[in-house]
Design a protein around this ligand. Structure first.
Ligand SMILES: [Zn+2]
Length: 217
């Protein structure tokens, strides 16, 4: 059974605490949303630390991003979240953050190497970098659409951060956390020496696992 609205509000606050405690957001940055029902979405408010939200802080918005209720104003990044929900009907949750190692890759614009760590291949697959667009604009929202249709569930936003989507809120958060861990490990590995890829025949085994997880839902 899916969580009810109150449970989702609590879950959003908990994910906010996890983003904040791990240093994935700074100041009032980052945002989280959940698809509640047709034309109804919960999203985090603007100008608040994501580590210190209570359930009543969470805003309720419609398909156009207009606020339905909530004592705090909804995030200006709501259009990016709504674009994902509109493009991918199966998505139930979106998490956006600025984790430092991931954002460092976002600044260099360097594509992430592939076939390096098993869990990245299984749970994230290819992580593209969408071209820079101004935060809070519809241009930013539209910039990620081609990558969504290409099958990406986690997208680096150039000179900005990362956005992840899933049919489950915690899984969307996991994707942000796994990507950040990956970027950190890559940086450390490069200081030690050359990065080695997993042999191609072993990658096929990982793809089988990935496919199996997908069909299990
Ligand atoms: Zn941002």
């Amino acid at each position: 059974m899916l969580p009810n609205e109150w449970e989702y509000r609590q879950m959003i606050c908990q994910i906010g605490q996890r983003l904040y405690s791990r240093g994935y957001v700074a100041g009032s940055s980052g945002n989280i949303s959940v698809r509640l029902a047709v034309g109804k979405y919960l999203c985090t408010p603007t100008l608040i630390s994501k580590g210190f939200m209570v359930p009543d802080d969470i805003a309720l918005v419609d398909d156009a991003g207009e606020q339905i209720s909530g004592r705090r104003q909804r995030t200006s990044e709501v259009f990016m979240h709504l674009e994902i929900y509109h493009e991918l009907p199966e998505v139930q949750a979106v998490v956006h953050a600025h984790p430092p190692y991931t954002t460092a890759f976002a600044i260099t614009g360097e594509d992430l190497p592939i076939d390096i760590l098993p869990e990245i291949e299984i749970f994230l697959g290819r992580v593209p970098i969408a071209p820079y667009a101004t935060p809070g604009t519809r241009e930013l929202a539209r910039s990620i659409v081609p990558y969504l249709h290409d099958g990406a569930n986690t997208i680096i936003l150039a000179n900005h951060g990362v956005v992840a989507c899933s049919d489950d809120l915690e899984r969307a958060y996991f994707q942000v956390e796994m990507l950040e861990h990956y970027c950190q490990v890559l940086l450390i590995a490069r200081q030690i020496g050359d990065i080695r890829q997993i042999p191609p025949q072993k990658i096929a085994e990982l793809m089988k696992i990935r496919e199996g997880l997908r069909t299990q839902g």
